[in-house]
Write a protein that binds this ligand. Structure first.
Ligand SMILES: *Cc1c(COP(=O)(O)O)cnc(C)c1O
Length: 417
């Protein structure tokens, strides 16, 4: 059985067979060598410090930039209702939860948020996790073990992949959105307990998974479907209830829903929603739930306010979808090719990493923050600019971005030639 193991830089540099006679490798040197290799391939990631935030504008290295990379799709991160809810909870109960949920860290703010999330997503119960990464590690680890199989879209978020690796099950990855390939992979293990996991909205591509087809496949093959709706919740569906609600799928079609609070809800944290039996099982067996400090209660209070705002201020969703349409029409009019996406994630395919870096730098010089996304985050030769839109943007912001984008892409092409 072929299975990728290890999360570290050592994977690429380690000899196939450990040689007991050779001197023991120095770990820090090996890490430095992996770093140098990545630098040489022009694939280094770059950390930027944001000094100030005001709506969609940020100050980086003394310059004001229009932020087109934020996942705060509804513009809630600075909303007064969220600030006030957080401040009230801070005044009442301090900053940290002080303990894990099961050891006295579970506050009323957490319980109230879980109820609100369950109601919003139409599920019996919801369970908070400190991050989306931990939610996926926890839920997959609780459901699967050795001998089981996890079938995943190739373009799934890294934490779904890592969740399956850590669970010790067999991980099979099907070509993007290819439900027939997923079916073949399931049928290769007819007797095995099986989880099919997919992003609802793909984080680097912005397209929506073939949710109805995946649900039908899982029903037919007696597999369980897990949807990670980090980028769908708040944005898609009636009331912003997410990609599953938009597709008209019920909890029995997709029994395990995971979503984050750090994107369209503008706060931090994540949750899994589903049946009472699922949630009770996770409380017992999800290690990233049991063995970690509960989310700061003020963040839970802010997230609950965010759900209220996201539901009530539907103009934010309407405006966001108008801006998405505006961006796509404007790009077409300027001859800018976009990926097929109807969500706030609007990738501009470039191809070569160097060209993507040049285009990102040209945009920054023009006052826009749009980072280049390169391998290994995306497949080799699939570097792109990942533009994200938010209800905090205005139409004129999008117009200015489109003009700058057209110039940056033309300049990148000229440099290529
Ligand atoms: C961001 C993201 C996560 C991780 O969520 P965090 O709360 O940031 O850890 C998980 N899945 C998907 C699809 C994401 O985009």
């Amino acid at each position: 059985m072929k299975r990728e193991t290890g999360f570290s830089a050592s994977r690429r540099l380690r000899p196939a067979q450990a040689d007991d006679a050779a001197p023991r490798p120095d770990l820090l040197q090996r890490l430095a060598a992996a770093h140098a290799e990545r630098a040489q391939q022009q694939l280094l990631r770059r950390l930027r410090t944001v000094a100030e935030v005001a709506g969609p504008r940020i100050v980086v290295a003394g310059r004001t930039l229009l932020h087109f990379a934020n996942n705060d799709y509804l513009g809630l991160a600075q909303h007064p209702a969220l600030r006030e809810a957080a401040l009230r909870a801070l005044a009442r109960g301090g900053v940290g939860a002080g303990a894990a949920h099961l050891l006295g860290g579970h506050r009323e703010e957490h319980a109230a948020l879980e109820e609100t999330l369950a109601r919003w997503t139409g599920r019996e119960r919801a369970l908070l996790f400190s991050t989306g990464y931990m939610a996926n590690l926890g839920v997959i680890g609780a459901l699967l073990g050795a001998g089981d199989v996890c079938v995943q879209d190739r373009l799934n978020h890294a934490c779904l992949i890592d969740g399956a690796r850590l669970a010790g099950c067999e991980l099979k990855r099907y070509p993007h959105a290819d439900v027939a390939a997923a079916a073949r992979q399931l049928r290769q293990r007819p007797g095995a307990a099986a989880l099919v996991a997919s992003d609802g909205v793909f984080s680097m591509d912005g397209d929506v998974a073939p949710l109805a087809e995946l649900a039908a496949l899982c029903t037919k093959e007696h597999a369980t479907l897990l949807i990670d709706d980090a980028h769908g919740l708040g944005v898609l569906g009636p009331d912003g209830a997410g990609s599953l609600a938009e597709a008209g799928l019920t909890p029995s079609d997709a029994p395990v829903l995971m979503a984050t609070l750090g994107k369209a809800l503008g706060t931090f944290g994540a949750f899994v929603a589903g049946s009472a039996a699922l949630i009770e099982g996770l409380v017992q067996f999800a290690r990233t739930y049991v063995y970690t400090t509960a989310l700061p209660p003020a963040l839970a209070a802010a997230a609950r306010a965010a759900v209220e705002v996201a539901r009530l201020e539907s103009w934010r969703r309407d405006k966001l979808h108008r801006l998405i349409a505006h961006f796509r029409h404007g790009a077409a009019a300027r001859g800018i090719a976009l990926a097929a996406a109807r969500t706030p994630i609007q990738p501009v395919p470039i191809g070569a990493s160097e060209a993507a870096l040049r285009a990102a730098q040209a945009l920054e010089d023009a006052g826009f923050y749009v980072p280049a996304i390169r391998p290994p985050t995306v497949p080799r030769g699939a570097a792109r600019l990942r533009v994200t839109l938010s209800a905090a943007h205005e139409e004129r912001d999008v117009e200015r971005l489109l003009d700058a984008l057209a110039r940056a892409l033309a300049a990148a092409r000229d440099a290529e030639a």
